[in-house]
Design a protein around this ligand. Structure first.
Ligand code: MF3
Ligand code: CO
Ligand code: CO
Length: 274
């Protein structure tokens, strides 16, 4: 049977192996992205001191299934949860557990859903209780760095322009960009070319074309950029134990700029916005 394969392999590939989707495909990405964003909106009320990350993940799992969607992460390379929840110095891929959140903890919740075969991948920051000044600064710079990257998305610009915009902004604030993890193409698949680096030189890398779908998901550390993966083979932490933050949107390149698939319907993308 070739139909399933053909469906995934619609459109054409650029010389860099990046898939160019059709105008109709934007609607599918919007539906998937909106579900991921709605679930993340609902998690604002689920984050508080005393809560466990395992309970947050159970709520997310229920929301995904209640929507008739599929979690892209359950079963992905052996991962068993509907979200990654990365607390404080955890950079990404934190595994939900029965560990209890305490006042002042900051956390990233990352959700990827599949709706009608399309992948919606987004993450954002939350705080349990009171946000400290230094965590607030980190979160603001990371959020704004994502949008510096998004502003660089238009046909004719390059992936290096995106990485450069993010890196320049973060380093101007004396924070560091994680090099060990990157964004990725997505669409009918979870992870596809290109690797979307959050650092780099302007004018380098593949040229952006209308119809490319990918994530931008910078991880920013208050200290040094180096990370290590714990013995569970998933949890990535800062080597110097400094705080880390991340925001992620799934986007598409339009004729004139960018279409963000994972915008928050409730306007709650940033933890201090309600
Ligand atoms: N959602 C993550 C990303 O942004 C990937 C998580 S894979 C998992 O690409 F298996 F750790 F869940
Ligand atoms: Co992603
Ligand atoms: Co993600």
């Amino acid at each position: 049977m070739e139909t399933a394969l053909d469906d995934k392999h619609r459109g054409r590939l650029t010389k860099d192996g990046i898939r160019i989707y059709e105008a109709d495909d934007f609607a599918g990405m919007h539906k998937a992205g909106e579900l991921a964003a709605r679930i993340l909106d609902d998690m604002s009320d689920a984050v508080f001191p005393g809560q466990t990350t395992g309970e947050i993940d159970r709520i997310i799992t229920d929301r995904v299934h209640a929507a008739g969607a599929t979690s892209a992460t359950i079963g992905y390379k052996g991962y068993q949860h509907a979200s990654c929840i990365s607390v404080n110095h955890v950079v990404c891929h934190g595994i939900p557990s029965e560990k209890v959140l305490k006042d002042g903890d900051i956390l990233n919740i990352d959700v990827t859903v599949i709706v009608d075969g399309w992948f919606g991948d987004s993450s954002r920051m939350y705080v349990a209780g009171k946000l400290s000044r230094k965590a607030e600064r980190l979160i603001q710079v990371t959020h704004d760095a994502l949008f510096k990257g998004i502003e660089a998305v238009k046909p004719g610009n390059t992936f290096g322009d995106i990485g450069h915009a993010i890196q320049a902004y973060v380093e101007a604030h004396r924070m560091s960009v994680v090099r060990d993890f990157c964004g990725h193409g997505l669409g009918r698949v979870f992870h596809a070319p290109p690797n979307v680096l959050h650092y780099g030189r302007a004018g380098t890398g593949a040229v952006l074309e209308e119809g490319m779908f990918f994530t931008i998901e910078p991880m920013v550390n208050l200290g040094r950029p180096e990370t290590k993966v714990l013995a569970d083979d998933w949890t990535a932490v800062t080597r110097d134990k400094s705080l880390s933050a991340q925001f992620e949107h799934s986007v598409g390149v339009t004729a004139t700029g960018v279409d963000i698939f994972t915008l928050s319907p409730a306007g709650k993308f940033h933890p201090t916005w309600s």
